[in-house]
Design a protein around this ligand. Structure first.
Ligand SMILES: [Zn+2]
Ligand SMILES: [Zn+2]
Ligand SMILES: [Zn+2]
Length: 128
């Protein structure tokens, strides 16, 4: 008998696999459409939230207000500080993690819980 728990684990693994295969970030909808089995969007969000809590996935909010998710590389202990830049292309709409970081100023002791850096423009692929 297939238990609910193993089915959930299967879905979680699929979400992680889909994210690991893509070079750009994905919205919950993109992930839902790439799933080989039918999973509703609420479940996808729940899985992504859990991964984000564990520091395995981070997200950036795009120009359209949608969240775009990507796997984290070295997030142990400092998941909230994602100081790498994200780039959103106005033409192909891809949102990518960029290997460039911005240093965070101190902000007079304010507590930083999350950072999102989004740069909007036209990517190299679309320039041609
Ligand atoms: Zn992270
Ligand atoms: Zn583009
Ligand atoms: Zn990123």
């Amino acid at each position: 008998m297939e238990t609910k728990k193993t089915r959930n684990t299967e879905k979680q693994n699929l979400v992680k696999e889909i994210l690991s295969k893509t070079k750009h970030t994905m919205s919950a909808e993109d992930i839902m459409n790439a799933m080989p089995l039918k999973v509703n969007k609420t479940t996808i969000y729940r899985i992504l939230d859990r991964f984000a809590e564990k520091g395995e996935v981070h997200f950036v909010t795009g120009k359209n207000g949608k969240a775009y998710y990507a796997l984290c590389n070295n997030c142990e202990g400092s998941h909230e500080i994602h100081n790498h830049i994200h780039f959103e292309c106005q033409i192909c709409k891809e949102v990518t993690c960029q290997p460039y970081t911005l240093s965070m100023p101190d902000l007079d002791g304010f507590t930083i819980q999350e950072t999102q850096f989004l740069v909007i423009g036209i990517c190299n692929k679309c320039k041609k």
